[in-house]
Design a protein around this ligand. Structure first.
Ligand code: FES
Length: 446
């Protein structure tokens, strides 16, 4: 029976009970009801350029293999041998025609079908029906502009419906360039001792921390007090935050594309972007190019930043730990020196040893340590920033938005989390969303 969660989060009033970050039973329920039913990021097409290319990843804690098929499509299956449960493939990535389990040698094809059993005649008297013992297939894989997502749920909405208004914000990055994006430099992986929701929620909803948490790192990176003042205290800079379907995005508004950013590499990237801004404006429009791309999360655990150019999955590892898998993304058609500049900028800021990354990790691990206390776990957290000041479809941005300094996306994140954790079906959630939207107040400003 599902653990009741209705008293643990109250998005309408902006209350969060911190037990949701530390309780083992709640975590087990998340694996089934959140990760078992949501669309989860699997891979980018640039990780699988050729037939037989594969990467290993996780859906929640379940290891899955994502494989480019002979017909060019991408499929995924549980990386668990049906004999005794060994990983079918122990490599992180590679190219193969088949996958052979190293324990007793059962072999599977690129779709996960069982195709060979050693000593089939003597050991199994030729009586095993191999068609029944293939790997568990991920039943639904969707491709969106080069990005592959999968879900175990037969009932979840189609991926584009799941994205909803978040597509506008995702497209600001993935639809920016004529020839799309690619991942470069492999996958960076590291462990942080914190609950996965701290990371997902922050990337969805929290630009507020930057001026405090990242102030000293910024001073270390940039030897220019005038710049610190401009970036560290953006209280006068306009910006918006979006929240919808559990997803979130927020950004300050820029005045120009490709302006100088001294935290970023050598400057080649900024100059190249400025020189190619017409391509961006043509693809996503000038307003979107200048006003959208900052911090983002697709519920539950796929996040990215517009600059630095990092994308990542927060793989859960128990209530108090995550494995971060992060990639640097670049415009596919950019010159090599520009790609190198982007990699340098991302490595120095948002990578395992990146200056801003370590600030975030320190915050999250500190909170998790405090939650070891019994009283600390039975407290109430405030998620009320901007509560009651949401607007819909204003400033040319679709969906429910608020000032950049708000927690609209956080409240939406926990609303979707609670819907799923309550055991509501996706169709019941859709009905609830329609009711919520009908009762929400739209106050257009322009
Ligand atoms: Fe895979 Fe035995 S566990 S062949």
């Amino acid at each position: 029976m599902a653990t009741p969660v209705s008293g643990l989060v109250d998005p309408d009033r902006g209350y969060v009970n911190p037990a949701i970050y530390a309780d083992q039973a709640i975590y087990e329920q998340e694996l089934e009801l959140v990760f078992g039913r949501s669309w989860l990021f699997l891979a980018h097409g640039s990780q699988l350029p050729n037939r037989g290319d594969f990467v290993q990843t996780y859906m929640g804690e379940d290891p899955v293999l994502v494989v480019r098929q002979r017909d060019g499509s991408v499929k995924a299956f549980l990386n668990q041998c049906r004999h005794r449960g060994m990983r079918i493939c122990r490599s992180d990535e590679g190219t193969s025609k088949t996958f052979t389990c190293t324990y007793h040698g059962w072999a599977y094809d690129l779709e996960g079908n069982l195709i060979n059993v050693p000593l089939e005649d003597r050991a199994y008297r030729n009586e095993i029906d191999k068609s029944k013992w293939g790997a568990l297939k991920v039943p639904r894989v969707a491709e969106y502009k080069g990005f592959y997502f999968g879900t175990w749920s037969e009932e979840a909405p189609e991926f584009e419906e799941y994205l909803g208004d978040m597509a506008y914000y995702f497209d600001a990055v993935v639809g920016r360039w004529d020839n799309g994006l690619e991942f470069v430099g492999g996958t960076s992986k590291w462990v942080i001792d914190c609950n996965w929701k701290f990371a997902s929620e922050q990337f969805a909803s929290d630009i507020y921390h930057a001026q405090s948490s990242h102030a000293s790192a910024l001073m270390a990176l940039v030897d220019n007090p005038a710049y610190w003042a401009g970036i560290s205290y953006q209280s006068q800079t306009p910006g918006r935050q979006f929240g919808g379907n559990g997803h979130g995005a927020g950004s300050f508004w820029s005045e120009a594309l490709g302006g100088p950013d001294p935290t970023y590499g050598t400057g080649d990237y900024a100059a190249w972007v400025a020189a190619n801004k017409d391509e961006v404006f043509r693809n996503v429009g000038e307003d979107r190019a200048l006003r959208v791309a900052g911090h983002n999360t697709i519920f539950p655990n796929f996040s990215w930043l517009g600059s630095p150019a990092t994308m990542r999955v927060w793989h859960p590892r128990g209530p108090g730990q995550i494995e971060v898998w992060a990639w640097t993304y670049v415009p596919k058609d950019a010159p090599e020196e520009v790609k190198a500049d982007i990699r340098l900028g991302t490595q120095r800021t948002f990578s395992p040893a990146g200056s801003f990354e370590t600030d975030d990790g320190e915050n999250w691990t500190e909170i998790q340590q405090v939650l070891r206390g019994w009283k600390a776990r039975h407290n109430t957290f405030n998620a009320q920033m901007g509560l009651g000041h949401e607007e819909r479809d204003v400033h040319g941005q679709p969906g429910e938005t608020n000032d950049a300094f708000s927690e609209t996306a956080a409240r939406g994140f926990y609303r979707r989390w609670a819907d799923l954790m309550s055991g509501l079906s996706w169709s019941e959630i859709a009905e609830l969303d329609a009711e919520r939207q009908a009762t929400a107040t739209a106050v257009p400003q322009e």
